[in-house]
Design a binder for this molecule. Structure first.
Ligand code: ADP
Length: 484
């Protein structure tokens, strides 16, 4: 794959710790590969416990000076970081496509989305307000201030190599916390490039470090360290639950963005064309590998046949290929095991009465490409109604009444995103109140943006990212009771 010189210049093969680019103590490293062809892009350090402890120590040492800066000073540095990321949007996008596979246009979109969190929290940095409360006695004043939580750590996944970093790091820095990030081993290069740009913007040494290597070893140090006050994690529910348990002995704060299993409901009264487009937007972004992707599509009986036909036409038109090729909208899946999971879900759907309308198998390109798939005649017995498929498969299940639609939507342990299409105002109110989810898209398939609180309920997690609520996650409230 031809990589431009400017993109190559953003590839770092060292971790960024305490303001320096460092190798692992043993000099061991691991390969970062291109999911499109398996070729090696770079080697990054395989950090163990000792190196991770030093990164945390650096964050601890950098904390006093960083938290004492004025909000305006922190905001100015964050704004500079935002500007540098946007200046390098093309190069960072190409780097992301190299290590993650998503088409360049989509990767550039993620860079803008990632940068929007930095901009938003640069603005919010100036509004980390406290409050005063009338006292119980004449002589008493009650004042509530916010202070930074302290040293934070974050563990992030491979599906959004840039945005999952900035929406944790930017609010942490805005409030005055310092942070050490361990990106997914599949996609550490985007994270390291973001750290380099943060340093260029003036983020002081130790305030934001990136460590790469064994998730288990690094995760253990993160959760056991007495210096760390908070852990923020985005990934699977199984690992999130383990990390929460590991944080319990030292009572660290945790924010968890975990698995989803988003239902997408289309009611009889919906604008069908718009609903079809909504599914395309929500289901096929990143080849179906996002935690807010529609995982189960429920269509009311009156419009079912029409909907399946219209959706299938659009799905058949999706261009599959290398993310660097013109017009490609579906890149390779991240790994062979991701493809195997998709195949398992399809086989299970067929065993439970599902019917393949289009796709259904690996793509002729080979590798980890998968043909976008529509499965009709689905039932609630199918595995894909209970588990995230994380691939380009759209299972469609018919439902009868509004109550049944809500019942199907809620028949899951997860509660991240949900979507529904209806033009009936009463129904919009009833269904949005009836569905158990942290975020609901109503007549839209696109809900993520920096100004809104992103997060889930039930097994989908704790806490919110983005919006003003994102600031709360990195703040401690201190209550002062003043009497004279
Ligand atoms: P995904 O299926 O999205 O890869 P994971 O939960 O497996 O979800 O991974 C998300 C992040 O968690 C990655 O950075 C991964 O390296 C990290 N991770 C995986 N296992 C552990 C663990 N035992 N402790 C800490 N982090 C882990």
């Amino acid at each position: 794959m031809p990589i431009s010189e400017a993109t190559r210049a953003l590839i770092y093969d060292r971790c960024y710790v305490g303001g320096e680019w460092v190798a692992s103590d043993s000099n061991e490293s691991f390969a970062v590969t291109n999911p499109a062809d398996g070729s090696e892009i770079a080697q990054v350090p395989a950090f163990g416990s000792a190196e991770t402890e030093r990164a945390i120590q650096a964050a601890h040492d950098a904390l006093p000076a960083w938290r004492q800066k004025t909000a305006a000073e922190r905001a100015t540095i964050l704004k500079k970081w935002h500007a540098l990321v946007m200046e390098k949007q093309q190069e960072l996008g190409e780097l992301m496509t190299l290590e993650q596979g998503k088409p360049v246009a989509e990767a550039k979109g993620e860079i803008a989305y990632a940068a929007s969190y930095i901009e938003w929290f640069a603005e919010e940095a100036r509004r980390v307000y406290g409050e005063t409360i009338p006292g119980l006695q004449t002589s008493q004043r009650i004042i509530v201030t916010r202070e930074p939580v302290g040293v934070c750590v974050a563990i992030t996944p491979w599906n959004f190599p840039a945005a999952m970093i900035t929406r944790k790091v930017a609010p942490a820095l805005a409030v005055g916390c310092t942070i050490v990030v361990k990106p997914a081993s599949e996609t550490p290069l985007t994270a390291l490039a973001l750290a380099a740009l943060a340093a260029e913007a003036g983020v002081p040494a130790g305030v934001f470090s990136v460590v790469t290597g064994s998730a288990k070893a690094i995760g253990k140090v993160f959760t056991e360290s007495e210096l760390v006050r908070k852990l923020s994690f985005t990934g699977s529910t199984a690992i999130g639950s383990l990390l929460m348990e590991a944080c319990a002995p030292s009572v660290k704060r945790v924010s968890l963005e975990l698995g989803g299993n988003a239902p997408f409901l289309v009611f009889d009264d919906a604008d069908i064309e718009a609903a079809v487009q909504g599914v395309m937007d929500s289901k096929f972004r990143n080849a179906g590998q996002t935690c807010v992707c529609a995982n189960r599509i429920y269509v009311q009986k009156g419009v079912y046949a029409d909907f399946v036909e219209k959706l299938t036409k659009k799905v058949e038109a999706l261009k599959v290929g290398n993310g660097f090729d013109e017009g490609v909208v579906i890149g390779p899946l991240i790994s062979e095991s991701a493809v195997e999971k998709v195949e398992e879900h399809i086989a299970d759907a067929l065993a439970h009465g599902g019917r393949i309308v289009c796709g259904g198998s690996r793509h002729e390109l080979g590798g980890t490409w998968f043909t976008p798939t529509v499965i009709a005649d689905g039932t609630q017995k199918m595995l894909c109604t209970r588990e995230e498929t994380f691939g380009p498969v759209a299972p469609i299940i018919a439902f009868d009444t509004e109550e049944q639609g809500i019942e199907f939507a809620n028949a899951t342990e997860f509660g991240l995103a949900a979507y529904f299409y209806s033009r009936d105002l009463g129904r919009v109110r009833r269904v949005s109140e009836g569905i158990e989810a942290g975020m609901i898209g109503i007549n839209t398939g696109l809900i993520s943006n920096a100004t809104a609180p992103f997060g889930g309920i039930k097994a989908s997690g704790l806490g919110r990212e983005g919006a003003r609520q994102g600031i709360d996650e990195y703040s401690e409230f201190k209550y002062l009771c003043i009497d004279s």
